[in-house]
Design a protein around this ligand. Structure first.
Ligand code: ADP
Length: 505
């Protein structure tokens, strides 16, 4: 039988990965490369888009050479990317106007504060499902237009276009200056703060309010595109014409790669921070509880499945802090054994609000605290309290999701680096009161983009086929009774209260 493959590019915050899969959804080959994190000033974060493009070409070639694959057997390519990260470049020369402004970059704080002062936050929430925040693309576009000399003039002359990393890479792969396609999908667009979430179109009212010209925006497509975004070039890194037909933001890709395609299904990715997404189906819930409303995925033009999202800033990063700043552990994985060596955290709570609190509190003025200390407390208790903080923050977001949507959470699918920690996953099930399901294949982001590409070209028939091929590695069932769960959570809420509004305004 002729072997057939499908592949994806996963352009993340830390690095870029290319993965090739077979029809069973099994990994055939992959390659990964990190890129430089550029910090020109405190709070500023940039990436060099030309370095990312070079890395993308290299990982594609490496993955193909490693297993001596015939690129012509790759039937389609999906792209997934760090969301919100913003780039403007000249489509005639391919030259970026400046480095890409990364989602974590806070240089747009004044722009955002000015929008809030003008009372635009209500409009933004209603039309885009987001909060006015430095996190999203629109303030970053505005910063480039207002601060890079001649940027606005370049836009007027058709010499500057905008894209997130998906758009940049698709443009490059489909020919770049020689007719590259300028496209994005609804999930990425839903993080720009410029897309009307209901209509799935760029929102003229917001564009006008922010003084962002429509000409620089890419065209909007579904995440799985039967009519194909474009084809790779024979003289490109694949050496063949292959359809690019899947595109979605990394957290949405993880949701899709976790097969969370029914309303009420949710996933949590445990990395530096945590990102919880709950599929709410065709229904769009504008949050009253501090969550973001976003497009989960789209398999058809003009239609979308929506999600509620809770972004938590510090989870795995708190473990890094134990390691790097306190020297309590040597490796993150040690926390599993250390936390398990004590029966509880001895009444200690650790709220790692190092840079304020994200969802559902959104308190820029909160700062971290360790409360409930007594002489009895040892390192093991602190380590355990750190793992607990990851689970309690996830519960905060889950509670907000239930309050907003009325959708009952039946289970939580888990992925990301820290999801390997069995103790953490059991604790999560206990604190949340629902089973935590860990899949056999943990690279869910790449898998989600691959699924979208495969569905577009009929490599896979439908969602049902994907659901059947998706395998569970382990289920963590909750063991705590309701009384214990609520008592412990009450303590956490009290601890959160100690951290709020800490910094003087
Ligand atoms: P990102 O994609 O955000 O870079 P990863 O998914 O690679 O993150 O996960 C890395 C994070 O997970 C780090 O913050 C690290 O502290 C944490 N981590 C990794 N392994 C473990 C483990 N076994 N137990 C607890 N935390 C872990």
């Amino acid at each position: 039988m002729k072997e057939r493959y499908i592949a994806s590019i996963d352009q993340g915050t830390t690095g870029t990965r290319f993965m090739v899969f077979n029809k069973k959804g099994e990994e055939i080959s992959s390659a990964y490369e990190e890129h430089e994190q550029i910090y020109p000033k405190p709070g500023w974060v940039e990436h060099n888009p030309l370095e990312i493009w070079e890395n993308t070409k290299r990982v594609i070639r490496k993955a193909i050479e490693k297993k001596d694959l015939d690129p012509k057997k790759i039937e389609g390519i999906g792209v997934t990317n760090q969301r919100e990260t913003t780039l403007l470049w000249d489509p005639q020369t391919g030259k970026p106007l400046c480095n890409a402004l990364v989602w974590q970059c806070t240089r747009t704080r004044d722009i955002c504060q000015a929008l809030i002062d003008r009372g635009l936050d209500e409009l933004v929430k209603k039309q885009t499902g987001l909060l006015v925040n430095t996190y999203f693309s629109a303030p970053k576009i505005k910063w480039i237009l207002d601060n890079i000399p001649t940027a606005r003039e370049k836009v007027e002359r058709g010499k500057a276009i905008f894209g997130n990393m998906d758009t940049w890479l698709i443009w490059k792969l489909t020919g770049g200056v020689n007719g590259g396609k300028h496209v994005t999908d609804y999930t990425n667009a839903s993080r720009t703060m410029l897309m009307n979430l209901k209509r799935l179109e760029w929102d003229n009212e917001i564009l006008e309010e922010l003084n962002i010209p429509r000409e620089l925006l890419p065209s909007l497509r579904p995440s799985s595109d039967k009519s194909i975004y474009g084809y790779t070039k024979k003289d490109g890194p694949l050496g063949a014409e292959i359809p690019i037909c899947g595109d979605l933001g990394d957290q949405q890709a993880a949701l899709f790669g976790q097969n969370c395609c029914q309303p009420g299904e949710a996933k949590n990715t445990y990395g530096t921070g945590c990102f919880v997404l709950l599929n709410t189906g065709a229904k769009l819930f504008i949050s009253k509880s501090g969550l973001l409303t976003t497009v989960a995925y789209s398999l058809e033009e003009g239609k979308a499945t929506y999600a509620l999202e809770g972004s938590i800033a510090v989870t795995g990063a708190a473990i890094q802090w134990l390691r790097d700043n306190l020297g309590l552990i040597k490796e993150a994985s040690e926390t599993e054994e250390i936390a398990g060596s004590v029966p509880d955290s001895g009444g200690v709570y650790f709220v790692p609000a190092f840079s304020g609190l994200f969802a559902p509190y959104w308190d820029m003025y909160a700062r971290g605290a360790i409360v409930g200390l007594t002489r009895f407390i040892r390192k093991e208790h602190l380590v355990r309290a750190t793992l607990e903080s990851i689970c309690y923050q996830t519960r905060d977001v889950a509670e907000a999701m239930i309050a907003d949507s009325g959708v009952e959470l039946k289970s939580l699918k888990v992925d990301g680096g820290a999801a390997k920690n069995n103790f953490l996953m059991q604790l999560q099930a206990d604190i949340l009161g629902v089973p935590c399901i860990r899949p056999a294949f943990i690279e869910t982001t790449a898998l989600g983009a691959t699924y979208c590409a495969g569905l577009a070209i009929g490599f896979w028939e439908n969602l049902e086929e994907l659901r059947k091929s998706w395998k569970i590695e382990r289920v963590f069932e909750p063991k705590w009774d309701k009384d214990k769960r609520e008592k412990e959570y009450k303590g956490w809420k009290k601890a959160i209260g100690c951290t709020k509004n800490w910094v003087d305004r």
